[in-house]
Design a protein around this ligand. Structure first.
Ligand SMILES: Nc1ncnc2c1ncn2[C@@H]1O[C@H](C[S@+](CC[C@H]([NH3+])C(=O)[O-])CC(=O)[O-])[C@@H](O)[C@H]1O
Length: 342
């Protein structure tokens, strides 16, 4: 603790306040200071101090506000003067591209690249109720889904995502949300590899949009299982292909222009993997092709998006000639008494 710079100390303390009573977190707490120092290392992340400054410059906001974490557009209503609103708009723009949302913050409408609310609509009806649960959102992006989880009554929601831009987007939204969630939503700028093995702490673990980026998908599933408490629920959302239990597709250097895409199983194959990893009660609750309305360029994400990554002559193919993005949502449980697996 003594070596922590001030801002890391605040982060660490927030985490500690929520979770310190549970001995299963002790191995993580010991490593956390160093992980945070790496995650927010100004030398390594070029734009980090610009993002940090933008968030620090957001003006103090009136206490009186109406926060709705349960609406599709995550909304904070408050009275801002025109000049305050302009100032906030310009500072929030400095954190662009905004990929995951949408948000409405003091009348500023952040129309993000993704309609993340649509994913939430596909996922949320199937979940074990989040009320009072401790939740981990692995690769949670800007934190949009985490706020929705807090809105659904979770006791503690932890986002881990190594992207410092997403970390500062989360802190910007936190500035508007204030204490409306009673501090139940937290973000650590670390990756899944930084979570100590077999924590056995979280009641629900989400991994959405992450598995296909992992070169060792079974190891990822084991890591997620290790983070879950016995009986806990895994929510896995990832790119899939059509096919049977043995179908797995590994693209070349790029898939829909994305680098670092490795394994795209069929949803049946993914269920098989989950069972091999010792999960029970494995079930596919949704499978759908991603539409051009769900992922698109906006004023807040002006770069190319899905429409540019599909074959203009045949929208069922990517520009590389592969099947267009299709995503499945799969739920599974960690057994009450954990079964040893290979
Ligand atoms: N090692 C890692 N550990 C954890 N996260 C990582 C790692 N590497 C990258 N990420 C993060 O994983 C996220 C994947 S996006 C899904 C966002 C959200 N969940 C969504 O479902 O919309 C993909 C998509 O757009 O589908 C990014 O935020 C990365 O920074």
């Amino acid at each position: 603790m003594a070596l922590l710079p001030n801002d890391h100390r605040v982060l660490y303390q927030a985490f500690l306040d929520q979770a310190t009573q549970d001995a299963s977190l002790t191995p993580w707490l010991a490593k956390l200071p160093e992980q945070l120092a790496n995650g927010l290392d100004r030398q390594r992340h070029g734009d980090l101090s610009a993002w940090e400054k933008a968030v620090a410059k957001l003006p103090p906001l009136p206490e009186q506000r109406r926060v709705d974490l349960n609406s599709d557009t995550l909304t904070v209503e408050l009275d801002l003067t025109d000049s305050q609103q302009r100032q906030c708009f310009n500072l929030l723009r400095k954190l662009a591209p905004w990929r995951k949302g949408p948000f409405s913050l003091g009348g500023i409408e952040i129309d993000t690249e993704w309609r993340s609310d649509w994913k939430w609509q596909r996922v949320s009806p199937h979940l074990a109720p989040l009320k009072y649960r401790k939740v981990l959102d692995v690769g949670g992006g800007s934190g949009y889904h985490a706020w929705r989880m807090a809105g659904a009554g979770a006791a503690f929601v932890l986002v881990i995502d190594p992207s410092p831009r997403f970390y500062w987007q989360f802190q910007a939204v936190r500035h508007f949300v204030g204490n409306a969630d009673e501090g139940r939503t937290q973000f650590l700028p670390v990756g899944i590899e930084d979570v100590p093995e077999n924590l056995g702490f979280f009641d629900t673990v989400f991994s959405m949009g992450v598995l296909y980026h992992r070169p060792s998908p079974l190891e990822h599933l084991q890591q997620l299982k290790g983070a879950l408490a016995p009986g806990g629920e895994l929510v896995l959302e990832t790119l899939v292909v059509e096919g049977d239990e043995q179908t797995v597709f590994v693209p070349g250097e790029r898939y829909a222009a994305m680098p670092n895409v490795y394994f795209l199983p069929s949803s049946k194959a993914l269920c098989h993997w989950l069972e091999r990893c010792g999960f029970t009660n494995v079930r596919v609750v949704d499978e759908a092709v991603t539409t051009l309305d769900e992922q698109r360029s906006t004023e807040w994400m002006t770069y190319q998006s899905l429409a540019d990554f599909l074959d203009p002559e045949d929208r069922t193919r990517t520009i590389e000639g592969y099947p267009a993005p299709r995503r499945a949502v799969i739920l599974a449980n960690k057994p009450e008494a954990s079964v040893a697996t290979a």
